[in-house]
Write a protein that binds this ligand. Structure first.
Ligand SMILES: O=C(O)CCC(=O)C(=O)O
Ligand SMILES: [Fe+2]
Length: 225
């Protein structure tokens, strides 16, 4: 499942985040790529190991981890640290698949889902579309600031060359409590149904209670917490 989510709706908050990102230091993105990906990766990444970097990291991580749609769609168990990526003219990221495992020791995660949170207005750059291969067809996205694309980490994807301006995004990975994508989709449908029924029915209605029970019992059956 590939999903577009309006993750940060508030323009003030986005502007404040963009201002703070502009003050960070940057390094070549190839330093954090695997050997194969390094050959096709042409970007810069913010150095997050500084006081402002760490503050941004924890604020953005909390925002994404608490987002109800991300929670329902991804059933996150753990998030990777976030990357902030800057791609200028001539940069891009050729077709690749993300590493299956990221991080070391007890912070190592299995990457089930990848996401890109768009931060630059699309009219400020040309090219730079995120292209995701989905069973033979492709999804091509250039999101507005605050929009997030969530997609399977195992799919081949790329960032088309930037031919004008600068593209800034925040990128990260999620290990889901639900390893199987079909089960995850089923739970997402049920969570959406529950949200819609909550708007229509009294909270103690028999229908909602049955749905609560079904969701809880499927989680018990499937989740690796
Ligand atoms: O910049 C993006 O939208 C995606 C970056 C990416 O694919 C990666 O860092 O593995
Ligand atoms: Fe990637």
């Amino acid at each position: 499942m590939i999903l577009a989510i309006h993750a940060i709706p508030e323009p003030d908050r986005l502007a404040a985040i963009a201002e703070r990102i502009a003050l960070l230091d940057w390094r070549d993105g190839r330093e954090t790529a695997g050997a194969v990906a390094a050959e096709v990766k042409r970007n810069e990444q913010a150095i997050m190991d500084s006081a402002p970097g760490r503050a941004l990291q924890s604020e953005l991580s909390a925002l994404l981890a608490d987002h109800p749609v991300i929670r329902a769609a991804a059933q996150p168990r753990r998030f990777s640290p976030l990357l902030i990526s800057r791609t200028g003219e001539g940069g891009g990221y050729g077709p690749h698949v993300d590493n299956a495992l990221m991080g070391r020791g007890d912070r190592r995660i299995r990457t089930d889902l990848s996401f890109t949170l768009f931060l630059t207005p699309p009219e400020e750059y040309d090219g730079g579309e995120l292209v995701i291969d989905a069973a033979g067809t492709t999804q091509q996205v250039k999101g507005a600031p605050g929009h997030l694309m969530l997609y399977p980490s195992g799919s081949i994807h790329e960032v088309r060359p930037v031919t004008r301006g600068t593209r800034i995004v925040c990128v990260g990975w999620i290990e889901s409590m639900i390893e199987d994508a079909a089960r995850r989709e089923l739970l997402f449908d049920l969570e959406n149904l529950r949200a819609s029924l909550r708007r229509q029915l009294a909270s103690q209605s028999a229908e909602l209670l049955t749905l609560d029970k079904t969701i809880a019992n499927l989680l018990r059956m499937w989740a690796c917490a």
